[in-house]
Design a binder for this molecule. Structure first.
Ligand code: FMN
Length: 408
């Protein structure tokens, strides 16, 4: 085809005989400020093609619902469930930098992403600037993620005593080296998850936030409790509110105790850029829908069982459908059931909404399944698992890993 021939119909489109039977082909009405010439168009593309893609240092998740990183429970099949119910942002379970650098397969598995996870990050834990930067460099080359998060909220002794997790909040020089070092090598935004502080009455977050902003963190999530508090007290949203100003203009996400759309609305009123939800999603993954639709969902026990059925299907896809895969799926299902049993159906409540720190009394559900799902006994969780995955192997024992499902 001669040069220009392809353009001819478009150029002549509007001006022909008004009685012509050929379909009219005009010029698309582009706003004048976007119009250019053919030469400039190609020059632009040529020049831009030579440039190194610019680093994506901002993470725009304003107003989004963020499913918290959840060791053991926040596995890929569970995250798929939450995505279906409206979680916007998801994150892998905490991965230990040194384990990743040693090439441990099970640690690398924590970084896997499902295609439905359209805004997805991974979370790293470590105590040393050199290993953290090396790890970030490795991830930058090998995996596709939208952000990398550092867990500076982890309270467990094993991590804390080595100077990682929450301990970094008291090691400003090392903390700075880690954030700056990782930021230097990452092409995606670096985010940080922190707590109010280490001790109950010594808040540190408001002092650290401006520093984190200057060191290059794109976003920080603040869990409104100290290391000492664990889950014994309610999250301090008044303090989170104060921290919004300290962090500005860096976006601050707030985290703690959200179990209803009312909780979410109250949290958003503090001025946070968005909210992160952890146990609320474990107790009722449909919480994301409730928040988006501003309603309480009196979900039936058969609908809840269907969710568990989907989880087992996703689990078998992810961990395999051989004996090992089935037992792995069962273990993770049981871990989840140890939280799920704390949900009280909306239709049974005298006062709405359920609060996360309220221990449900013994109650009978509206049918056998609803009652079974309210049981706090591992033997009953195992029965539910058998409804979905068949009988457990002989001598099967289950002890939930997380103490966070205690009510203390
Ligand atoms: C089972 C479980 C596992 C958790 N694992 C992680 C983790 O891997 N990384 C992390 O930063 N926080 C982890 N957390 C803490 C939560 O992300 C969140 O900060 C905390 O539970 C407070 O939020 P909530 O009140 O909505 O539960 C975990 C919490 C629970 C209950």
């Amino acid at each position: 085809m001669a040069e220009g021939a392809a353009e001819a119909p478009a150029e002549s489109g509007g001006g022909g005989d008004s009685g012509a039977s050929a379909p009219e082909r005009g010029v698309a009405p582009i706003k004048p400020q976007y119009l250019t010439t053919k030469e400039q168009f190609h020059e632009f593309l040529e020049a831009r093609g030579q440039e190194k893609p610019s680093q994506e240092t901002e993470l725009d998740i304003h107003g989004k619902l963020y499913l918290a990183p959840l060791t053991t429970c926040g596995n890929l099949p569970f995250r798929r469930i939450c995505k279906r119910f409206g979680a916007d942002v998801t994150c892998g379970e905490m991965a230990v930098c040194t384990n990743l650098l040693q090439g441990q397969t099970s640690e690398w598995a924590l970084l896997r992403r499902h295609q439905c996870e359209d805004v997805f990050g991974v979370q790293l834990e470590g105590a040393f600037p050199d290993t953290m930067a090396k790890c970030a460099e490795l991830l930058n080359r090998t995996i596709e993620v939208d952000f990398v998060d550092i867990n500076v909220g982890c309270p467990i002794d094993l991590v804390y005593k080595k100077g990682g997790g929450c301990a970094l909040m008291n090691r400003a020089a090392k903390f700075q080296q880690i954030v700056r070092g990782m930021n230097q090598v990452l092409d995606v935004p670096l985010t940080v998850k922190i707590r109010t502080g280490v001790q109950e009455r010594v808040n540190l977050a408001h002092r650290l936030l401006p520093e984190l902003r200057d060191w290059g963190a794109a976003l920080v999530t603040l869990h409104g409790r100290s290391r000492e508090q664990r889950y014994t007290k309610l999250a301090d949203w008044q303090y989170i509110e104060q921290c919004v100003t300290a962090a500005s203009p860096m976006p601050l996400f707030g985290n703690g105790d959200i179990l209803s759309y009312e909780d979410a609305n109250r949290a958003m009123q503090t001025g946070v850029a968005g909210i992160m939800i952890a146990r609320g999603a474990l107790l009722k993954p449909w919480l994301f829908t409730e928040i988006k639709e501003q309603r309480h969902w009196d979900i039936s026990s058969s609908e809840r069982l269907a969710i568990l059925q989907d989880f087992t299907r996703y689990g078998l896809e992810h961990w395999g459908s051989d004996t090992q895969g089935v037992e792995k799926t069962r273990r993770f299902l049981l871990e989840w059931l140890s939280f799920l049993c704390r949900y009280v159906p909306v239709g049974l409540l005298e006062r709405l909404p359920q609060r996360i720190n309220e221990r449900p009394p013994y109650y009978l559900g509206r049918n056998y399944l609803e009652t079974l799902m309210a049981s706090q006994k591992a033997a009953d969780w195992i029965r539910i698992s058998e409804m979905l995955l068949g009988p457990v192997p002989p001598n099967f024992v289950f002890l939930p890993k997380h103490k966070a499902n205690a009510y203390k």
